[in-house]
Design a protein around this ligand. Sequence first.
Ligand code: URA
Length: 197
Amino acid sequence: METLREFYERIKDCRKCPLAKGRTQVVFGVGSENADLMFIGEAPGYYEDQQGEPFVGAAGQLLDKLLASIGLTRNEVYIANIIKCRPPQNRDPLPEEVEACKPYLYKQIEMIAPKIICTLGNHATRVLLNKNVSISRVHGRKFGGNNYYIFPIYHPAAALHMRTNLSALEEDFLKLKEFLARGVEPPPKEPEQMGLF
Ligand code: URA
């Protein structure tokens, strides 16, 4: 069976969309292949494009702090983005870029088989829930996916811009800690909303 490393080697020269032209490198993902908890952000920014690792800029430092607040490091979870190449001027990913990159993300999810996927912000949440939801309405709630729960939370960059988002993010991390401490059974097959916990 292919390892994540082998999968990365296979896709690192991807040219499926025009973002390939402007990138320094594909930003594949970081963390444990056996992680129970996976975080999915939007797209690499300047520092991620330079270093080849997701969430290494200011938002990433906040994510590391939030992980530490629940006793985790980035090596114990898995962190990836919806799209693997930096959009010019950090603009929002275009639907065709998301579509081109989605099979890579879903293959990563299949290989890692996490129990919980935390989507960071609107973009990732909309892709994973396949619904045009707003993060302000769905954050901190768990949704049943096929073999995993989806737990949307604010994007750390949004929390850096607004204090109320930071408080919400900190509270949602505490919920996540409780959820993990209780042990996570696989969700029912239907992707229905499981409600607050
Ligand atoms: N923002 C994201 O969504 N992903 C990164 O990797 C960095 C910043």
